[in-house]
Structure formats: C-alpha cells, structure tokens
Ligand binder design. Structure first.
Ligand code: HEM
Length: 587
C-alpha cells in the first residue's frame, strides 16, 4: 500500500518530540554492596554511595514516568483524533525495522495482523486486567460479603474465574437464537422504516433512531432489561416508566450505594444514557489528565448504581414469578434464573454438562456460587453494557460506509456494488436467493465496518516478562493497544485493503482448545470487529444480525442520499448525527 497522505502529521515525529521534551538521566548505578572491600572500615563512604544510588534511581524513575506519560499522551491524542491514520502509518513502516511500535518507555501499539492475532489469542501473555477496576463497581461490596466476586468475564483472564462464567453465559446467549434475533431485529428495522415512510419524503437522522432502537430492542426482549415509555406499565408490577422505586433490602445487604437513594424504572432515554455512561467510564476514561475525566467517572458511578438497582428489581420479580410456577419471558435474565434452579437440581445434569466442557468438575458448590443472584445481576449488567453502545456505533459506521460506496469513494469488485446491495435488500422470504442474499448483506455490513470501524484498538496489558512480538521484547506491565482496525487493512492478509469487496475469504478459524465454543460458527481472521480468541464478542450473532437487518431496512427505503457527514461528540468518541435524505425531497 502507498504511504498515507495525512492531514494530521506524522505519529512517529510526535513521539520523537515528546521524547526530546522528556530526557532521561543516565541509568542509575546499582545500590552498592556493603560487603564490598572498598567500604571496609569506611561506613560513611558506603552510606554516601548508597544514598547517591537511591537518589539517582528515584530521579530516573521520575524521569521515566514523565517520559511514559508524554509518550502515552501522544498515543492517546492520536487515538482520539486520527486512530486509523496512526495505525496506517505504523503499517507503512518497514516490517523488519519496526514490526511493532515499542518506545523505550511508554505503551506499545501493534497494527500488523499477525501481532494483533497473537495479542488477542495469547490471553496468558496479554490480559484484559486494565478493564477490571471499573467493572468491579457493578459487583457486590467485599466489605459486606468477603466472599463476593468482583469480576466480569471481560475483565479477567484468570482461568478459575473466567471459564465457568464463559460456559454459563455462552449457554444463555448462543447462535441457537439466530432465527429469533432475526425476527426481533427485522421487526424493529421495519417499524423504523414504516415511520420514515409515513413521514413522507425528507431527512432522517440515523443515530438517534435506527442505530439506537434495534440494540435497545435486543436488550429489552432478548437480554431481559426493557425500557417502557414514560408513564407506561413496566415489568416491575405497579411501576411505570420513569417511576422511582425503593432499593431492596436484599440488595442493600450486599451492595453499597454511594450516589442514589432510590431506583428508577428507565425510559429508553434513561437506559441508553446509563449504559453509555458506564461504557465510556469503563473503556474510554483512562486518562486522569483529561478535562472530562472526573465528570465521566462520576456519571459512570451514578449510572452503575441505577442499572444495578433496576436489574436486581427485575431479577427479584422474575424469580418470584418462576417460584410461583408462572410463565416469564424467555431472556438472558430468566435463562440464568432457570440455570440457577438447575444448579441445585438433584439430577446433577447441569453440573455434568459443565464438567464435560471444563474437562473437570467445578469445585464443590462453585456452580451455585456462579449462579447466585449477585452473579446473575452483575453478568446481566456486563452483557447489557456491551449490547448498546457498540451496536449503535457500528450501525452508524456501516451506514456511513455504504453511503461512501454509493458515492463511488471505494473501488469495488463485481458483485460488491451499492446497487447489488439494494437488490439483495429487496428480496422477500421465499424469493430465489433470499437466504444467500441475507448472508451477503451481512458481508456488506462487515466489509463496511472493516473500512470504517466503530473502534480501532482493544486494550491489553503484557502480563509476563520477556514476551516478544516480532522479535521485540515487551516489559511486564506495559499497556498494549491492539490495533485490530490496522490488522483488517494489513495488505499481507487483506489484498487491496481499501477496496470494498464482499467476496473476500474470511479466513475462518475454529476456536482452538475451547470445548465450550464447539457449537459456535468458526471465527473470522479477516473481520475482527467482534474481537478474536477468548474474549470474542458474546453477542456476535445478535450484533451481526442487527447490522444486517439495519442495512436491509435502510436500503429498502430506496436510493439514499447523504445530508451530513457522520458527526461525533466533543471527545471524538461517539456518533452524534448522520442525516440522510429519503424519498427524494427535503422534509
Ligand atoms: C456491532 C456490535 C458489537 C460489537 C462491534 C462488539 C464488539 C466486541 C468486541 C471487540 C469484544 C472483545 C473485547 C476485547 O477483546 O477486549 C466484545 C466482547 C464482548 N461483547 Fe460485544 N460487540 C457488539 C455487540 C454485543 C452485543 C449485542 C452483546 C450482548 C448480547 C455483546 C456482549 C459482549 C460481551 C459480554 C463481551 C465479552 C466476552 C468475553 O470476555 O468473553 N456485544 N464485543
């Protein structure tokens, strides 16, 4: 690929300047050995040398911190303003002299396909620990229950903690639901399209409408955390959307609320706002020097408390209904409650199943502990947080990319044009080629997202001393930005990476040594938007179907016309607006 023309500068020059501004003193001498013969009979000389060595080490450590912060700041700024440009510039470096970006001091950035795959599949070397502290806010308070778990599976690579939760959650959210999810997503997309059509020719903003409503429908109907309209009846008996409800004593015994004194039944706007605040605080708020840091942290804490109180209230309601032998909706939340029952059942079937998947029986009582009310609550919390922001952002990028395809911005391959996509979207169930057409629309969504990804890097930390990537050693404790958006345009794996081509080889891989994933479809090494390896997105089926159905609903409106660029918020993080004209004239 040719070198990127950039309007933003040269990433490596910015790093060099940051390094020049933060010089390092010479490496400190070792702390002297008091038994060294030169100190014999001269304790004052030894003490003077010892103090000098300690002071030099402290000076060096302080300078190294300043250097690490300065380089980290350059990486953060590029990630916030021109992430694809940064990854492309790194891909364009000669692979033999700069296989990865590893400054003398500071975070590592990897952009090449092989290294991205290594980082995401070697969870024994590159762990997700940096996500963990904020995730722990949704779990029980250890001062109230010293045995409380304080993890969610996306924040741990500890075998004992991760694997049982993974087995449990991947039983409750699985590809077996594909048909149901397609029905849900289609109903929501068609509902949106009907509203747009009923409003007549004009302009519509995709961000707060289509891109938000499908994920919220999945969260309500599939995951079991619904948002009623303001004043409309909710799943909590006697309460309507927007109503306050008291915090339950059972929850107060294990969880400490610091910000809220009562819960609230969320409307769609509330639920969306809570999830976004939690998501941003967990995944995009790592820089205490940022002017928004304190505000985003605070909003994350408040939202965590509201969402926790609401999920607990839903759980308590459905648990009582199940205990009374009454029907409940089939959702992630109620499936976990049913598994809770199965974990104590005398037939021991669930325990045997789990033992077979893990390769050994879980420790005595562990299954029940992992299916406690508290763990169900925090697992539903974590899954819901994953199921709103990413799908909304991804939908916006897919629409943006397909509009670029329509305006001729990308080269294409035969069968990958905008008009081909419109033809596929028009097919009805039963039409020849309908099933293959849906699969092709999914490829349009994933190819669109490859070129305009909703995120560019995943965060890992090197957890083992002496690990090498491309022959470059990485120190234990170093943060690693894993640039999957770069990997998806690495020309050594993706030929003609800037061409829109829905016929690419997806480079499918089975999930090696993961018996619990045996029933999943193989994972793609080409399309990495849903991650790769152990932490591969739990909601990948739900989300691919959401993207496919959003695209289908949109393309069925007729020829689309862009009315705005994809506008992002002040932090350049989340979509704010993407307006399109439908039906010809402005509304
Ligand atoms: C287009 C929409 C989505 C995108 C782009 C997306 C992306 C991702 C990515 C990249 C990861 C891996 C994170 C990492 O390795 O650091 C991930 C993990 C995860 N996602 Fe999604 N996601 C989407 C939708 C969903 C949905 C709908 C759900 C829930 C139904 C969900 C739940 C999760 C969970 C629980 C994990 C953690 C899995 C684990 O640690 O084993 N995501 N997602």
């Amino acid at each position: 690929m040719t070198a990127t023309a950039t309007t933003t500068g040269v990433f490596l020059d910015d790093v060099s300047q940051a390094e020049a501004r933060t010089p390092l003193p010479p490496p400190p001498p070792p702390v002297p050995d008091p038994d060294d013969p030169r100190y014999a009979g001269d304790p004052a000389a030894y003490e003077a040398d010892r103090q000098a060595a300690v002071a030099a080490a402290a000076d060096f450590a302080a300078a190294a911190r300043r250097r690490g912060d300065a380089v980290g700041q350059v990486v953060s700024t590029w990630l916030a303003t021109a992430p694809l440009d940064m990854l492309q510039q790194l891909l364009d470096q000669p692979a033999d002299t700069m296989p990865i970006f590893r400054p003398a001091i500071g975070p590592v950035v990897v952009a090449r396909h092989e290294h991205v795959i290594t980082c995401l599949s070697r969870h024994d070397q590159f762990t997700v620990d940096l996500y963990a502290p904020e995730m722990a806010r949704a779990t029980d308070d250890r001062t109230k229950d010293p045995d409380a778990f304080s993890h969610f599976l996306l924040g741990t690579d500890d075998e004992g903690l991760y694997r049982i939760d993974d087995v449990i959650l991947r039983r409750a959210v699985s590809r077996a639901d594909e048909q149901r999810l397609t029905g849900l997503a289609r109903a929501a997309a068609e509902g949106w399209a009907r509203e747009v059509e009923a409003a007549g020719p004009g302009e519509v903003d995709v961000v707060p409408t289509l891109a938000r409503s499908l994920p919220l429908r999945i969260v309500g109907d599939y995951l079991g955390v619904p948002a009623p309209g303001a004043g409309e009846p909710s799943s909590l008996p006697g309460y309507c959307g927007g109503d306050a409800f008291p915090l339950d004593d059972a929850l107060l015994r294990v969880y400490t609320f610091q910000r809220i004194a009562e819960g609230r039944v969320p409307t769609a706007d509330d639920l969306f706002g809570w999830v976004k605040d939690v998501f941003r605080n967990t995944f995009n708020n790592f820089n205490p020097a940022s002017p928004s840091f304190a505000e985003f942290r605070e909003r994350g804490i408040v939202a965590t408390e509201y969402l926790t109180a609401y999920i607990h209230a839903l759980l308590a309601t459905h648990k009582a209904t199940l205990a009374a032998g009454q029907p409940v909706p089939d959702t992630l939340l109620t499936r976990l409650l049913r598994l809770q029952g199965a974990a104590t059942a005398e037939d021991g079937l669930l325990a045997r199943d789990v033992a077979a998947l893990l390769g050994a029986p879980p420790p005595e009582g562990e299954l029940q502990r992992r299916l406690s009310d508290s763990m169900i609550r925090s697992n539903v919390f974590g899954v819901v947080v994953g199921a709103v922001v990413n799908p909304q952002e991804a939908t916006c990028r897919v629409v943006d990319s397909v509009l670029r395809l329509a305006s001729g911005e990308y080269g294409t391959r035969p069968g990958s044009s905008y008009d081909d996509a419109v033809g596929l979207a028009a097919l009805e169930p039963g039409d020849p080629g309908y099933d293959a057409g849906l699969r092709r629309l999914r490829s349009y969504a994933l190819e669109g997202l490859r070129l305009r990804p909703q995120g560019e890097v995943l965060l890992r930390v090197c957890s083992v001393e002496g690990v090498e990537l491309g022959g470059v050693p990485i120190r234990r404790g170093t943060p690693v930005f894993v640039g999957y958006a770069g990997a998806m345009r690495d020309p050594r794996v993706t030929p003609d990476p800037l061409v829109f081509d829905v016929t690419r080889d997806e480079l499918l891989d089975d999930h090696p040594q993961m018996t619990e994933r045996a029933d999943e479809t193989p994972q793609s090494r080409l399309y990495l938007q849903h991650g790769y390896g152990r932490h591969k997105c739990l909601g990948r089926y739900a989300s691919e179907i959401t993207l496919q159905e959003s695209l289908r609903g949109l393309l069925r409106l007729g020829r689309l016309e862009r009315r705005s660029e994809l506008e992002l918020d002040e932090q350049n993080l989340y979509a704010r607006s993407l307006r399109i004209a439908v039906g010809g004239t402005a509304r």
